[in-house]
Structures are given as structure tokens and as C-alpha cells.
Design a protein around this ligand. Sequence first.
Ligand code: IPD
Ligand code: CA
Ligand code: CA
Length: 277
Amino acid sequence: MSSYVPDLEAIAREAGKLLMGYFVRRVTIEYKGEVDLVTEADRASEKLIVERLRAHWPEHGIVAEEGTRSEMDAEYRWYVDPLDGTTNFAHGYPVFCISMALARQDGQLEVGVLYDPTRDEMFAAERGLGATLNGRPIHVSQTKSLAESILGTGFPSHKRHKNPNIHFYHQITLRSHGLRRAGSAALDLANVACGRYDGFWEFILNPWDTAAGVLLVQEAGGRVTRFDGSAFRLDSREVLASNSLIHQELITNFEEIFAGRGLEELPSVAEYAKTRI
Ligand code: IPD
Ligand code: CA
Ligand code: CA
């Protein structure tokens, strides 16, 4: 099978150029939910990508975030996020990407390409062939403990009040070098793959957010599971990714946090204001 990567990279670059055009002139924010944003750029990027994928591989299915569902019985299916990081994009914060991945019907990931047009960074991975950033092989970090790690996480735009992630954010911040909430789950995973993050997790994600990033992490030598260590599947909504060296420690810490053990009590705002640093 010849590599999908060159064609995918060309499609990603084209979509990236289109997104940057909208980004510099700014776009109007529309709402899919209370804080679930969408813009004309999301839709235009999806239209372009879907047209190109269909032209190259008409026999493949496509599932894309802004509504495309086609050839759902096909043996292979594309998962497309035409703009991951819409909230950042809509506010002019330059952290967003395009994510595309191909999976077999049984969920096995074959290839993933993720492009950050703000930094001109092209990530690619193919099953069994490793992962690259701008054509150079990448590898996860060598960090051996959570205490020495930097990690990323994110918060969904649906059911915000019911999401317990703020407890995890608090606790993992106290137990590591720190956390980032950059606003693009796909890029967060790419950052684990290339060793900028030692780990990443999020509670509710969709396959278009995770497919390319998960393959990148796996092909770069990292590990991706659910929070309890069980196998990650494309329809798993939770994702825990790491450099693999700190994975078990993360699982153990997550168990503790879920069980509410060892949680630091927060001081009141007034109490903290009196603290001398
Ligand atoms: C969102 C981003 C964000 C994550 C949300 C996702 P979108 O995707 O990846 O980082 O925290 O859960 O929904 O809506 O910008 O494509
Ligand atoms: Ca997304
Ligand atoms: Ca999106």
C-alpha cells in the first residue's frame, strides 16, 4: 500500500491556508450549544477537506465534526476535525489545527496527519512506521516521574457543570511541574508525541479530536489508554496519553483522585490573600 501521507499533507496545507485567511480577517462566532462555538471557517475547512478526500479515495467513509457522514459501511473511514481549537480561533488566540486520520472499520488506526498552520508544523504517523514532525522522526519524552512532568488537559463545552476535571486539574497541578489548558485536544496529543508534554488527558472527546493524535503518540513510543488503564478505542470518550514511563503513576494518581483520597483542601480566597510568598 503506497503512503497516504503526501496527499494528506497537501490537503492539510490547503485547509491550513484557508483557515489562516479567515483567522487574519477574524470571523463571526456562532453557537452550537451554550459555549460550543462554530464559525464559517470550520465549515469551509470541512467542505474543502471532504471534497479532497472524496476525490482521492471515493470508496472510503468520512465522519467529520461539522456534520459530514458518508459511506458509513465502508471498510475504511476518515475521521476529520476541520478546525480543532475553534474557541481559540474565534478569539484570535493562535492555537488550533486540522486533524485527519484513517481507521479500519474495527477501529485500527492506519494513518494520521495533523497540521498547525500558525507554526507551519506538520505531524504525520503511519501504523508501524513511526511518527514525524515536518518530516523528521519524533519521540515521546524521557521524563520518568509525574513530579518532573508537564502535562495538558482540556474541558468540554457540553455539561460543563457536571465535569469533575477541575479536581484533576487542581491535584495534578500540585503533583507535577504544571498543567496547560491550551484549547486544542488534537494538538495536545501531538505535543505528547513530540515530547513537549509528558502526558495529556481529557474526559469527553470525540474520534475526530483523538484519532490522528492517538496514532501519533503510539507511533512516537507513547501509551494511550482510558483512565483505568484499559485499552483506548476510538469510541472511548476519555483519553489518557503519556510518554509511557509515567503512565502507571498517572493511573494510580487518577484512582486516588477519583476516590477523593489525599485531596488538598482549598483555602478561602481571603485566607490565601494573606499568605506571604
Ligand atoms: C475542542 C478542543 C478543546 C477540547 C474540547 C474539544 P473543537 O474541540 O479540542 O481543546 O477541550 O473538548 O471539543 O470544538 O475546538 O473542535
Ligand atoms: Ca475538536
Ligand atoms: Ca472542531
